[in-house]
Unconditional design. Structure first.
Length: 210
C-alpha cells in the first residue's frame, strides 16, 4: 500500500481551465482564445465542453496510472466542483461520490473552500500525519498553515508556487509549505518520497542563494 497526496483537481469545473491555465487539456480553439484574448474578454469566454471532458478524463487517467486499489490518497481540498446552476459556464453537476467511483484508492478528504455542496461530506478541516519520521500538518489554505510544524502540506494556490517558506510576524518562527495541488505536479497524485525529494532540492537551492 502506498500513500499519495493531491489537491485542487476541481473535477467538473469548466472555468478552472482558464483560471489556472490548464492548456494541456484545452482544445486547439480554446487554447488559441486563452492565449490571445485580453483579461476582460477572457473572463467572458466560456471553455468548451470538449476541453472540460479532456480535463476530467485526463486527471482520472493520470490518477489511476499511479494509484492502486488498496492505496490511500490524502486529498487536501477542492476535489470536485458542483455549482448551483449549470447555465453560467462554471461546470457540470456531478457529485463527489460519482467521481470517486472512477478513481483507484481510498480517498481521505480534507475540506477545501469549494467542498460545500459536492457531497465529499468531510468534516476534516486539518489533519496531522506522522510519516517518514516527520509530523506534517495537512490543511487546504496555506494561510491556515500551522507554524508549530516544520512542514505543512497545502493546496488552494494552484499553479502559483510549489514550495514556500512563511514566517510569523516577528520572524522568530517559520514553516515550509509544500503545495500538493495537481497543477504543479503534472495533474496527478504524488508520493511522500517524491514530495520530500523535491523539498530537499528546494532547500539546497534556497541555502545556496542565502
Amino acid at each position: 500500500m502506498n500513500y499519495w497526496f493531491s489537491s485542487d483537481s476541481h473535477l467538473g469545473h469548466k472555468n478552472i481551465l482558464k483560471y489556472c491555465g490548464r492548456t494541456i487539456f484545452m482544445t486547439p480553439q480554446d487554447k488559441r482564445m486563452y492565449e490571445t484574448l485580453g483579461v476582460d474578454k477572457l473572463k467572458r469566454y466560456i471553455m468548451s465542453d470538449e476541453s472540460l471532458d479532456n480535463m476530467n478524463k485526463g486527471i482520472i487517467k493520470r490518477w489511476n496510472e499511479r494509484v492502486k486499489e488498496d492505496d490511500i490518497v490524502f486529498c487536501i481540498g477542492d476535489f470536485c466542483f458542483r455549482n448551483s446552476s449549470v447555465d453560467k459556464g462554471e461546470g457540470i453537476r456531478i457529485r463527489a461520490n460519482e467521481w470517486e467511483s472512477k478513481l483507484n484508492g481510498k480517498i481521505i478528504h480534507i475540506k477545501g473552500n469549494h467542498d460545500k455542496n459536492n457531497s465529499t461530506k468531510t468534516i476534516i478541516e486539518r489533519l496531522v500525519i506522522g510519516y517518514g519520521g516527520k509530523r506534517i500538518n495537512l490543511v487546504h489554505n496555506p494561510e491556515h498553515a500551522d507554524l508549530n510544524f516544520p512542514i505543512n502540506f497545502c493546496g488552494h494556490v494552484h499553479e502559483k508556487w510549489q514550495i514556500k517558506r512563511i514566517y510569523d510576524k516577528n520572524r522568530y518562527k517559520f514553516t515550509d509549505i509544500i503545495n500538493v495541488g495537481c497543477d504543479v505536479w503534472e495533474f496527478m497524485p504524488v508520493k511522500f518520497e517524491e514530495l520530500m525529494k523535491r523539498y530537499y532540492q528546494w532547500l539546497r537551492n534556497t541555502e545556496n542563494k542565502s
